[in-house]
Design a binder for this molecule. Structure first.
Ligand code: SF4
Ligand code: SF4
Ligand code: FES
Length: 394
């Protein structure tokens, strides 16, 4: 170093000899030891069963095969991929020593429990639940509920003919509901009261279908208020919170914020709500239109699992096909990555397959057509042939 540079750069002060790594102040954290899950022992329908601690009564009955001996415990609001909300109460079972029946889908198995899943009391309770549901809701597109109605010998028609649909159910106010037999009337029942039907009518949630976008319709006259769509839209899958339950009691309903149309709401059109809806209240426009035209026929449909082509996540898609056309798309909840959830592209972005297919088909016929020897050399006859090929393959 030159003398001039040594004058410009003063020497560094002495550094304290601090350790590079700070000394730990407490015990060094250790990975928790893996302890075996405790087993709990209980009796279900007279059979001794043993399940891991934390299992529900429904899991205990299903996994230990009890349901193979007695009737399967029915469920409506329960889905393996969602947090149990136990609102439908169709899964109730008789637990010895408790006053009320308990929901099997959420009640945890405990040591020494004695459970009956199909007693007379249980069957009566399920029958009533089904009758209340089916007398107030259109369950015609829910094969599951139709099966249960038969299985439990339920007669929802004993509550009388259904009330007329109401166009103002979204405006119902808490505390103003009446079935029509009492003094106060609310917007929900005005039409039937005006018609003079004030007594022997079953209160219903019948209302016009909400069709405000090109992808799916909401027919809340078919809604059993199972909360599955709310959970899928919220913390259990999508975290979008576009829909929630509004109103109270019989006026409770699924709604967007301030009941705005879907395009004005927070909805991102993932369709996860459609995937979990057990009644058909939420339906692809394609299915809705086909049902309305009378062409929907599940016996002619096939389903094929494939991989979504849009991005690297590679979600599994289940394509439902009728007459060589995709009519709706789902996703298996058993898939460990996506658990039945998709985004707008996977759920609704499949029209291009048909458009492409149509183009390919047409170009194939054009090619075949151009190769066809035309003795007359007439372009008109080629055009006719092409047109008839197209019409054959429509
Ligand atoms: S489509 Fe998705 S974002 Fe829209 S309401 Fe359904 S779950 Fe929520
Ligand atoms: S719309 Fe379907 S999923 Fe949502 S609460 Fe109603 S029945 Fe359940
Ligand atoms: S399935 Fe258990 S309460 Fe609905």
């Amino acid at each position: 170093m030159s003398e001039r540079a040594a004058r410009a750069t003063p020497p560094l002060p002495p550094q304290p000899s601090a350790p590079i790594n700070p000394t730990p102040r407490g015990p060094v954290p250790m990975a928790p030891t893996v302890s075996a899950v405790r087993q709990v022992h209980l009796t279900i329908d007279g059979r001794a069963v043993s399940v891991p601690e934390g299992a529900t009564l429904l899991e205990a009955a299903r996994e230990t095969g009890v349901s193979q001996c007695s009737a399967e415990i029915p469920t409506l609001c329960f889905l393996e991929s969602l947090t149990p909300v136990n609102v439908c109460r169709i899964c109730v079972v008789d637990l010895e020593g408790t006053r009320a029946l308990v929901p099997a889908c959420s009640r945890k198995a405990e040591e020494g429990m004695v459970v009956k899943t199909d007693s007379e009391r249980v069957r009566l309770s399920r029958r009533l639940v089904l009758e209340f549901l089916a007398s107030s809701v259109d369950v015609s597109t829910s094969p599951q509920i139709l099966d249960y109605l038969e299985q439990y010998d339920a007669h929802p028609d004993r509550f009388g003919p259904p009330q007329a649909p109401s166009a103002t159910r979204d405006e119902s106010r808490a505390g103003y509901h009446t079935t029509g037999t009492y003094g106060r009337q609310d917007a929900c029942t005005t039409s039937s009261l005006d018609a003079g039907n004030t007594s022997a009518l079953a209160a219903t949630v019948a209302q016009p279908v909400k069709s405000d976008n090109e992808l799916y319709v909401r027919d809340y006259g078919k809604c059993i208020l199972c909360y599955k769509c709310v959970e899928a839209c919220g913390i259990d899958a999508q975290n979008t919170f576009a829909i929630a339950v509004a109103g109270r009691g019989f006026d409770a309903r699924i709604s967007t914020e301030y009941a705005v149309p879907l395009p004005e709401s927070a909805c991102v059109y993932c369709g996860d709500c459609i995937g979990v809806c057990p009644t058909g209240a939420l339906m692809f426009v394609s299915e809705f239109e086909m049902r309305r035209a009378g062409t929907w026929d599940e016996s002619r449909q096939t389903s094929t699992d494939t991989i979504c082509p849009y991005c690297g996540v590679g979600c599994t898609l289940t394509l439902h096909v009728q007459d060589r056309r995709i009519v709706k798309v789902g996703s298996p909840i058993t898939n460990g990555v996506t658990r039945g959830n998709l985004c707008i592209k996977g759920r609704f972005g499949w029209q291009y397959v048909q458009i492409q297919g149509h183009r390919i088909q047409n170009s194939r016929f054009k090619m075949e057509d151009s190769r066809t020897e035309d003795p007359e050399g007439s372009s008109e006859s080629r055009g006719d042939e092409c047109a008839s090929s197209k019409s054959r393959n429509r």
